[in-house]
Design a protein around this ligand. Structure first.
Ligand code: BJW
Ligand code: ZN
Length: 255
């Protein structure tokens, strides 16, 4: 059930911000960040692997985990939620897509100019000197994953390559964060999709939009929060709810 007031706000919007988290990729088979780890990784906790301290203590453990995740993403395909966002951008004068995700499924669905607040699995750099490798990473050659893997060495300084993601305690990329905050303050509608909203400063993005007067909707099977005025909880899977929202706002589009 999507409220008419939200449908009308989407239809009339000048600028929509889409803010995504791991849940938008769940229907592509990518585990969310706070799903319990499975298989060979079940002894570990994602939040304690996603830190510079964990990498310093055991680079092969952390690199192996990220290579396993990169492999899962390379094997995955964008789902109807990623495609619905591309479709929505065709209907509104201005759409800004802000993601916390480190996969590239938005881009592979056809979204452009995506603001990645937490970096990318696909852009490693040296842990010591920060330089990216001369050759892109190949396809991970560990089909089962779940294993320790020694990170490649930097050609410049011999340090370890690290994944190009933002770990706890690290700064977010300034350009992306500034652009996301500016878009949030400027938009008429913000749709937050598949995020637990636990991690700051990214979690400020929907708050800023709401404080600036935008309509805010949360798409999440667990959605229940709502400040009442101008805020909606759409409890459902993104791949079902977003195409429905677009159809209600703009009619059947054939995507
Ligand atoms: C579906 C679905 C379907 C399922 N459809 N939905 C202020 C207060 C308190 C703490 C801090 C603060 N400011 C900074 C901090 C510290 C820290 C922080 O926020 N900690 C919190 C845990 C409290 N932040 C930082 O350290 C940040 N840096 C920083 O602020 O620097 C300055 C500073 C440092 C230290 C102190 C103070 C200032 C950096 C944060 C970097 C986060 N990086 C990660 C890892 C990236 C690499 C990787 O992937 O391994 O980013 S953490 C992880 O969480 C990842 C995600 O992008 C992020 C958000 O997770 P997300 O996307 O919400 O996923 P889930 O799994 O939590 O939720 C999925 C949701 O989907 C669920 O709700 C499901 O229900 C739903 N779902 N299926 C729709 N089909
Ligand atoms: Zn280096």
């Amino acid at each position: 059930m999507i409220p008419d007031a939200l449908i009308n706000a989407v239809r009339d919007a000048r600028h929509i911000v889409i803010f995504t988290g791991a849940g938008v990729s769940a229907e592509s088979g990518i585990p969310t960040f706070r799903d319990p780890l499975t298989g060979l990784w079940e002894r570990f906790d994602a939040a304690s692997l996603a830190t510079p301290e964990a990498f310093r203590a055991d680079p092969a453990l952390v690199w192996g985990w990220y290579e396993w995740r990169r492999m899962k993403v390379l094997q995955a395909e964008p789902n109807p939620a990623h495609r619905a966002i591309v479709e929505l951008a065709r209907h509104v004068p201005h759409l800004t897509l802000v993601t916390q995700n480190v996969d590239d499924l938005h881009e592979r669905a056809g979204s452009t100019d995506v603001l990645h607040l937490h970096g990318s699995l696909h852009q490693p750099r040296c842990f010591t000197c920060g330089k990216p490798p001369e050759e892109p990473l190949g396809t991970p050659d560990e089909p089962e994953g779940g294993r320790r893997l020694q990170p490649p060495q930097c050609e410049r300084c011999g340090g370890h390559l690290r994944p190009g993601v933002v770990w706890f305690g690290e700064s977010l990329p300034a350009y992306q964060l500034d652009a996301a905050f500016a878009a949030a303050k400027d938009c008429d509608v913000l749709i937050s999709i598949g995020t637990s909203g636990f991690v700051y400063p990214a979690a400020e993005v929907p708050n800023l939009a709401w404080q600036a007067g935008a309509v805010v909707a949360h798409v999440n099977p667990l959605a229940n929060i709502s400040r009442g005025e101008r805020e909606y909880a759409l409890a459902g899977a993104a791949g079902e709810t977003l195409p429905m929202l677009i159809e209600r706002a703009f009619g059947r589009t054939g995507s």
